[in-house]
Design a protein. Structure first.
Length: 149
């Protein structure tokens, strides 16, 4: 699948569409993803700020998918764990940027070369329009080289 196809599909996917989550960029090499959460009347919490579940949801697949696409079919990749720390109330449009570099991919390949499972934590900040951190998200990605490859 091409990154642009996934981006368009995710923007039409009802859980993202109705939550106000919008994927603004997936780079052609899968190593950069930018996601926004737009404030809407139907996605605010009781006190009028971003619903925490949507803040976490906007980050959910964007560590696992780029790792999977960059490592290729010889690897099993999925999310193992995740956590979120709410730093300040989020208002307006907030965004998260996910970047993956070759050094991380090389480390994952090296660690998984013998067929062992590899667990790697990734940290991402969700920031508001002023660049202030609204939430800190940690995602743990599971990687294992498929047997027989």
């Amino acid at each position: 699948m091409k990154p642009s196809t996934l981006r368009h599909g995710m923007n039409l996917w009802p859980p993202f569409l109705f939550a106000g989550i919008h994927v603004t960029e997936i780079s052609p090499d899968w190593k950069r993803v930018r996601v926004e959460l737009r404030m809407r009347p139907w996605n605010r919490n009781f006190v009028g700020t971003h619903f925490g579940g949507n803040l976490f949801a906007m980050t959910d697949p964007f560590r696992m998918i780029p790792v999977l696409q960059c490592l290729g079919r010889d690897y099993m990749v999925w999310d193992q764990a995740g956590s979120i720390e709410f730093v300040k109330p989020g208002r307006g449009t907030v965004h998260a940027l996910f970047e993956l570099d070759d050094a991380i991919l090389d480390d994952l390949r090296r660690a998984a070369a013998g067929g062992d499972k590899v667990l790697r934590w990734f940290d991402t900040d969700v920031v508001d329009g002023q660049g202030e951190v609204v939430a800190r998200v940690r995602k743990q990605v599971y990687v294992r080289r498929k047997s027989g490859r």
